[in-house]
Design a protein around this ligand. Structure first.
Ligand code: SF4
Length: 340
């Protein structure tokens, strides 16, 4: 059972099955923390158990098939999982079925089929809209396939989710920002962003160990994450996940990369740091002798200060001594200069 990102989901991971290739970064078994694919009986049993646990909240929850490439798995097995889940959606006990898959595995025929089984949201692993990056990381599909698949998903009446990565081999920050802009044009209902984590047993691990590839440092990942979160917020597209779920499996298998148990919080604090810098730069030269008071809504105070007051320390290094105060009258997400 996963808490999901906005509400409770009953999540099943279908590791590795159905993938026509092996992406440079992927070791699904580690990411999902599960070694075997779920059986239809397990789906039924776990969903029933979740119904008991969630009570009325279940009607807001989705049954989710994440992990591999759901629509590319062996058709009989895929249908058996959907048959196990669909009756619970049909009876209105769960709100729908959500699944993730590859952009080259959502043809007309499979979309027709999914529509018959209560599927509501299809998430595509786009990862990048830069064909050069896609090729370098052996994704096995192109950016235009992401666009075509998104159009089909909308046309068949499903909600669209899009997933992108940062820090892939050959992927610059500019390329990531360009990917974000192109994904936004496809009008997804939500986005997930995954900074690359180099896991043992992957091609990226090989390239990392022989010096051919290095993931961006965490600081860079956090700053880029802050810019991406700002961008999608401006476009009113919720980012429902940023970074891999913290887990012992990932920590045990990870060699390097954009992983931190509180990665999203670090990015949210960095967004505030950028705003604080903008306010200060506008009003005070660096090295300003007087302390400056900035006010934020009480809900934002920990983001405004940063983890272990890191934002204040960075501002001080840049030449501004800042006191952060809380003020209910300041809008959430905003910063106000206080003239004392
Ligand atoms: S398509 Fe997805 S599950 Fe398959 S190898 Fe690539 S990242 Fe892994």
């Amino acid at each position: 059972m996963s808490r999901g990102d906005r509400h409770a989901n009953v999540a099943f991971f279908v590791p590795h099955l159905g993938c026509p290739n092996q992406c440079s970064f992927c070791n699904q078994r580690t990411i999902s923390g599960q070694q075997h694919p779920p059986s239809p009986e397990e789906v039924r049993w776990i969903c029933r158990e979740a119904l008991d646990r969630l009570g009325e909240r279940a009607a807001q929850a989705e049954i989710a098939f994440f992990g591999g490439s759901f629509t590319a798995i062996e058709r009989g097995y895929m249908v058996s999982l959907l048959e196990a889940a669909a009756p619970l959606v049909g009876e209105g006990r769960f709100s729908g079925i959500r699944l993730s898959t590859r952009p080259d595995a959502v043809g007309e025929e499979v979309l027709e089929l999914l529509g018959n089984y209560g599927v509501t949201v299809i998430e595509l692993g786009a990862q990048s809209m830069d064909d050069r990056v896609l090729r370098r990381n052996l994704r096995g599909h192109t950016a235009s396939q992401v666009e075509d698949a998104s159009e089909r998903i909308h046309r068949h009446g499903f909600s669209l989710g899009l997933q992108m990565m940062t820090g892939l081999d050959g992927q610059s920050s500019e390329s990531c920002l360009d990917t974000a802009a192109r994904l936004a044009e496809l009008e997804p209902e939500c986005v997930r962003i995954y900074p690359t984590v180099v896991l043992k047993g992957t091609l990226l691990a090989e390239r990392y160990l022989n010096g051919a590839y290095a993931p961006p440092p965490l600081e860079e990942t956090v700053s880029l994450g802050a810019r991406l979160l700002d961008f999608f917020e401006e476009k009113e597209i919720p980012v429902i996940r940023f970074g891999l779920h913290a887990s012992r499996e990932v920590e045990g298998q990870m060699l390097a990369g954009g992983y931190h148990p509180a990665l999203r919080e670090l990015c949210e604090a960095r967004r505030f740091l950028f705003r604080e810098q903008a306010v200060l730069e506008k009003h005070f030269p660096k090295g300003w002798a007087e302390p400056v008071r900035l006010a934020v809504n009480p809900r934002d105070i920990s983001k405004a200060l940063g983890q272990k007051r890191k934002n204040l320390q960075l501002l001080e290094q840049e030449g501004w001594r800042v006191f952060m105060v809380q003020d209910e009258n300041v809008g959430v997400g905003r910063i106000q200069l206080k003239h004392s």
